[in-house]
Write a protein that binds this ligand. Structure first.
Ligand SMILES: Cc1ncc(COP(=O)(O)O)c(C=O)c1O
Length: 358
């Protein structure tokens, strides 16, 4: 989608796809499946146990139980299905904008209502605002839910253990349930640490996949993980929900999560280097733009000012970025830039933006 939506003269640094070669382990697993004719229905257990081993190795979180997971086509469908399981139409879903635009669209189309709890002035989760939002949400809902992006898209903030503990305590005090989208969990750059929400509480759902870190969005396979106290809810998940995932997607996920070649570490080093390059380029060419490099994701959240900078940059500079205003309150005047591309493309993109920014 990234390279197809706009005409050829546009440099696309928008949707969260990476310009990276597929990890050889993943490519070989897919090729071998095709050669074997292994193109039937998916088998989820291998995927869940690969994620469980990955979580133990990578995040020191050894408690992911295969029996407490469910296969879904992708993360957003998984989130939507958990919402259908634990809330009723009209119930509130609290989101923390600026945040990934489908956090608005998917719950809304499932008949749920969005309540915003914007990030604080430091661009991190704000307990006071969350408290107000929880009170409002619970006044008007049978069951309200907090939908977290952990790490946070678009700012790249990696929530700390202490921040998550405080949010969990606050949600419990208000009887708000939590769904944590951890698709960016493996994309925490060197020096920072990702905290799986379920390593803090058993009273939450996680929805995740390897699809951001290994660029597998087209292959369709995600997982819902129920915390210890949510397993009985997960058992009510309708059987048909599990049918949308792809067998090749599961094969790719397993290959990615069990890879021991160091591909992910090399990727993270390259992303960290691009993050530094971007910071330098912005300082040099776009001094009026405000950018704070973040610890996670390959997304940069740039405060450019003006009414619709993404549109301006697309029309004048032929660079496609995501428009900040689609990320909810606090998004206006911003663009989201995907720096998972080559240093050459990143440099050219910023130079193009600079040329129309005088
Ligand atoms: C926070 C977040 N959640 C979900 C998704 C989409 O995941 P999926 O394609 O598995 O629905 C993205 C994609 O960029 C994302 O950034």
């Amino acid at each position: 989608m990234k390279w197809r939506l706009y005409s050829e003269d546009v440099l696309p640094l928008w949707v969260a796809e990476m310009d990276a070669e597929l990890a050889p382990t993943v490519r070989e697993a897919l090729q071998s499946a095709i050669v074997r004719g292994d193109t039937g229905y998916p088998f989820a257990e291998d995927y869940a146990s690969a994620l469980s081993d990955f979580a133990a190795r990578r995040w020191d979180w050894p408690d992911l139980r295969v029996a407490h997971t469910a296969l879904v086509p992708d993360v957003m469908m998984g989130i939507t299905e958990v919402l259908r399981l634990i809330t009723e139409p009209g119930d509130a879903v609290v989101v923390t904008p600026p945040v990934y635009p489908p956090f608005y669209a998917f719950p809304t189309s499932a008949g749920r209502r969005i309540v915003e709890a914007p990030l604080g002035g430091d661009a991190r989760l704000d307990l006071q605002t969350l408290q107000t939002a929880f009170e409002q949400a619970m006044r008007t809902s049978q069951q309200a839910v907090l939908l977290l992006s952990n790490p946070h898209n678009p700012t790249g903030a990696v929530h700390t253990r202490e921040e998550l503990q405080a949010v969990v305590a606050l949600a419990a005090a208000h009887r708000v349930r939590i769904i944590s989208d951890e698709i960016h969990g493996p994309l925490v750059l060197p020096g920072a640490r990702f905290t799986p929400l379920l390593s803090i509480t058993g009273d939450a759902f996680v929805v995740t996949s390897a699809s951001k870190a290994w660029n597998l969005a087209g292959l369709k396979a995600g997982l819902i993980i129920a915390g210890e106290e949510c397993v009985s809810d997960l058992r009510r998940l309708p059987e048909e929900v599990r049918h949308g995932a792809s067998h090749l997607g599961v094969i790719a996920q397993v290959a990615a999560l069990t890879d021991t070649s160091g591909w992910l570490d090399d990727l993270l080093v390259a992303l960290a280097s691009n993050r530094t390059l971007l910071n330098d380029l912005v300082a040099q060419y776009l001094p009026e733009v405000n950018y704070t490099p973040a610890e996670g994701t390959y997304l940069a959240w740039l405060d450019c000012g003006g009414k619709d900078p993404a549109r301006y940059f697309l029309e004048r500079a032929r660079v496609a970025l995501n428009a900040g205003q689609t990320f909810g309150t606090g998004g206006a005047g911003h663009v989201r830039l995907n720096y998972a591309t080559s240093p050459q493309i990143l440099t050219e993109a910023i130079q193009r933006l600079a040329a129309v920014s005088q």
